[in-house]
Design a protein around this ligand. Structure first.
Ligand code: BGC
Length: 352
């Protein structure tokens, strides 16, 4: 068991970017970096005890800083996913964010926390070995109201759980909707597509979206649709169906309505039957975006000089629903000034 801190690279401002490599008693190895508070690599064993890196990522800090619009492994904030027209109101005041996805705001714009340096620190935690990354986002940052002090702590436990704990406090009522944008591929990050891997999601409903991938406000039953993952099935089984929602998004890129009632509960899983690697997702957030890497272009140069193509990884992004700040049908992502908040998401690995 160990944590090693070393220089990963330098930012464009010439600040040192540190990485933290944590190894547990099973040999599971998690590497985190300060840019985007990213999960840069995660090596977990298969049935035979062979380790493979199961998350997509980059080898150098430049690519993390430029982001490339793919958000490999990073923490997205202040607000994950889309806000319609980049506009919203809080307490009668209107705010305008950058429109970086057609007319809409995606992942808080080009100056997201996902491409900034967070301050890393090794911390004590009884659950495992832990690193806490903190960021201070001033009032008006990205066009958002109020200062936000945010941290995300990653904990690697001895039972191969990666716990992500988001904590903080805001200076004014503001949106706080962070997520981790890791793309998982349980056969290995450079092994090709995830279409043969099996997903299960404990959700009876999803929130259909319009042409700009903004939810309409409807809650739709997954029953009889290709979005039904209540019985585990391969991602590829129905992904090419002509169901309008899938065609529109070029695959799965949808928010599921979770049934956890604000408690940290098992909400989804991913399984690679060949290697036996199995991952469970737990969260207390109300929604989860299933995103099957539809926009990965094949031109994305990743770790070990490999190229990531469409479907090269799958994201399970715990979140408040997209555009929930504008949609009265959805739970609000707005936290109150001075009231501490905490959200938890866990990715737990095992073999079957
Ligand atoms: C969104 C996708 C977007 C992707 C960017 C996901 O969270 O749902 O629509 O293209 O992030 O990598």
């Amino acid at each position: 068991m160990s944590i090693v801190r070393e220089v990963f690279g330098y930012s464009s401002r010439n600040e040192a970017i540190y990485s933290y490599t944590i190894v547990n008693g099973n040999g599971t190895t998690m590497k985190l970096i300060e840019l985007g508070a990213a999960l840069q690599s995660l090596k977990v064993a298969d049935r035979e005890g062979r380790f493979e890196d199961v998350v997509l990522g980059y080898d150098n800090s430049k690519q993390y800083e430029s982001g490339n619009g793919f958000y490999l492994g990073v923490v997205v904030g202040r607000s994950a996913n889309r806000i319609k027209d980049g506009r919203f109101m809080i307490k009668g005041k209107s705010y305008q964010l950058e429109k970086n996805d057609g007319p809409n705001n995606l992942h808080s714009g080009s100056d997201g926390y996902s491409s900034r340096r967070w301050e890393g620190q090794i911390v004590d935690d009884e659950r495992g070995q832990a690193v806490c990354f903190s960021i201070i986002s001033p009032d008006g940052d990205q066009g958002m109201p109020g200062r936000l002090d945010l941290s995300v702590t990653y904990i690697l436990t001895e039972d191969d759980s990666v716990i992500l704990e988001y904590e903080g406090v805001a200076g004014e009522d503001t949106i706080v909707n962070p997520t981790n944008h890791s793309y998982f591929n349980l056969a290995g990050h450079s092994s090709g597509t995830i279409y043969g891997q099996k997903v299960w999601i404990d959700a009876d409903e999803f929130t259909p979206s319009d042409e700009g991938l903004i939810p309409t406000g409807e809650y739709r039953s997954v029953s009889g649709t290709p979005l039904d993952f209540r019985a585990a099935k391969t991602i590829g089984q129905d992904i090419n169906s002509d169901y309008e929602q899938l065609v529109r998004a070029g695959g799965y890129d949808h928010n599921y309505v979770l049934k956890n009632n604000g408690n940290v509960e098992l909400v989804a899983s991913l399984e690679d039957e060949k290697s036996g690697r199995y991952m469970e997702v737990y969260t207390d957030m109300p929604g989860m975006q299933l995103y099957t890497g539809n926009f990965l272009s094949g031109k994305v140069r990743g770790k070990d000089d490999c190229y990531y193509s469409k479907g090269g990884g799958v994201c399970f992004e715990s979140q408040y629903f997209p555009d929930s700040v504008n949609n009265m049908a959805f739970e609000s992502p707005v936290v109150s000034a001075g009231v501490p908040f905490e959200y938890v998401t866990i990715y737990k690995f095992s073999v079957r």
